[in-house]
Design a protein around this ligand. Structure first.
Ligand code: NAD
Ligand code: LMR
Length: 326
């Protein structure tokens, strides 16, 4: 048996954790042994013990060990992958950015703990909201970990966009490639169909309905999180866990040939996105590394939307700088 992949999950007793842990343990990252290291705040440890009892009861063949605790440095010791989920979710009427002051401090402490304890090859995916700026906070507080090891989750938005496009066109989700989410995991995000393909044809041309793209598709994808909160009374959990798995699997194992995925990663200035922001881009991945897809033509329609979302990210960066978090 190969050495287990040590995977940390924070907020493991929460809603997303309750789906994510079982997906990870049952092979979402591939048929490989994994060890789970689960971080919670002290009052949630008892509930987490119950979740671990359930993990035990599944007798997952690839789950070699589970450790739980409330000390980030101990839990992050030697981890190869850290999925930072633990943070307060928004309620009805809130924007994700409203969580900055409530959740930002979690990511300073966890960035420092990862810096001190994680394995040299660690990859860190941030799901807890506001995900992009939380990733920026963790990255800035972990100076010894290369910046490209941090990413924030926009894969859920990417999957939502594929699903909406499939429903509109009658195509299978399997036929939809090269979807891109640009910018922030927020209502300003820009789901881009102009570079996407359906069965090898340009998706915008297949749809052939600019009004639907502008007035229906983009707002539906961008505001899907709020629609789920309204309907369920709680924020998305199983779909968020599923997207967290998809993102981690593709990062570690590679994106599919002839396709790309959306990941929020540190901007190098590509496509005019200010350097240093954690912004969503089209990326290809291979062997635990990502590369921003280059050379896409950005028309005026797309430019305005990318700029609006990255301006919001720049404002969030200013806000967390003023809060002393970075
Ligand atoms: P939840 O409230 O059910 O669970 C969060 C858990 O985090 C709780 O068990 C809490 O005790 C724990 N926690 C809080 N502070 C912690 C800390 N310092 N260390 C470790 N654990 C800590 O929330 P949830 O529904 O699981 O959502 C978690 C986060 O994910 C929220 O911020 C939510 O908005 C976000 N989210 C992001 C996406 C995305 O696509 N990026 C999608 C869905 C939800
Ligand atoms: C989502 O997109 O479902 C999550 O980010 C939760 C939220 O607050 O919208």
């Amino acid at each position: 048996m190969s050495t287990p992949l040590k995977v940390a999950v924070t907020g493991a007793a929460g809603q997303i954790g309750y789906s994510l842990l079982f997906r990870l343990a049952s092979g979402a990252l591939g048929d490989r042994p994994i060890e789970l290291r689960l971080l919670e705040i002290t009052p949630a440890l008892k509930a987490l013990e119950g979740v671990v009892m359930e993990l035990d009861d599944c007798a997952f063949p690839n789950l070699t060990a589970v450790e739980i605790g409330d000390d980030a440095e101990k839990i992050f010791d030697g981890v190869n992958l850290a999925l930072l989920v633990g943070a307060r979710p928004r309620g009805p009427g809130m924007e994700r950015g409203d969580l900055l002051s409530a959740n930002g401090a979690i990511f300073t402490a966890q960035g420092k703990a990862l810096n001190a304890a994680a394995a040299d090859d660690v990859r860190i995916g941030v799901t807890g909201n506001p995900a992009n700026t939380n990733a920026l906070i963790a990255m800035t507080n972990a100076p010894d970990i290369p910046d490209e090891r941090f990413s924030a989750l926009t894969r859920l938005d990417h999957n939502r966009a594929i699903s909406q496009l499939a429903a509109k066109t009658g195509a299978s989700v399997n036929d939809i490639k090269k979807m891109t989410i640009w910018g922030n995991h927020s209502a300003t995000q820009y789901p881009d169909v102009f570079h996407a393909e359906i069965g090898g044809k340009n998706a915008a041309e297949v749809v052939g309905d600019q009004a639907w793209i502008e007035n229906d598709f983009i707002p539906t994808v961008a505001k899907r999180g709020a629609a789920i909160i309204d309907a369920r009374g709680a924020s998305s959990a199983a779909s968020a866990a599923s997207a967290t798995c998809d993102a981690a699997r593709d990062w570690l194992n590679g994106s599919a040939e002839g396709d790309w995925v959306s990941m929020a990663v540190r901007s190098d200035g590509s496509y005019g996105v200010p350097e240093g922001l954690i912004s969503s881009f089209p990326v290809t991945t291979k062997d635990g590394n990502w590369e921003i897809v280059q050379g896409l033509e950005i028309d005026e329609f797309s430019r305005a939307r990318i700029d609006a979302s990255t301006a919001e990210l720049a404002e969030e960066r200013t806000a967390v700088t003023e809060l002393g978090l970075i």
